[in-house]
Design a protein around this ligand. Structure first.
Ligand SMILES: [Zn+2]
Length: 125
């Protein structure tokens, strides 16, 4: 088991960011809280936290896997085309119910929007 302190740091990094983070981002922000945070430790903590559903993985086509805290309600995600960061859109939204075509078992779905995030919109080009 990973030390509690390191798991707490990872959870607090995700809480502070309030958007899904890649393992590199978790490592980078985590090191601002604990100097000697090893990447193997972060990988192990991510695995343990995922197995216990304390964090969930989010995967988008062509993007590195990201992690976020379990959401209280379903929400769409947003990818910024300028900085490549992914955000949770604070909009209550349910996935539309669909009838699975014959031969398909559907176990999940995602609504993803894309565009420019508030931070990038503020920056002058
Ligand atoms: Zn952006």
């Amino acid at each position: 088991m990973i030390q509690t302190r390191q798991r707490e740091v990872i959870l607090s990094v995700l809480l502070d960011a309030s958007r899904p983070l890649t393992r590199e981002e978790i490592l980078r922000y985590g090191r601002q809280k604990i100097d000697r945070l090893g990447s193997a430790t972060v990988d192990r903590a991510i695995r343990e936290l995922s197995e216990n559903y304390l964090i969930v993985g989010v995967e988008f086509p062509g993007q590195p896997k990201r992690y976020e805290l379990p959401a209280e309600s379903e929400h769409p995600h947003f990818i910024c085309r300028r900085c490549d960061r992914v955000f949770d859109l604070p909009v209550a939204m349910r996935l539309p119910d669909i009838i699975a075509p014959k031969g398909y078992l559907i176990t999940g779905g995602e609504i993803i929007y894309s565009g420019t995030c508030p931070g990038c919109l503020k920056k002058k080009l």
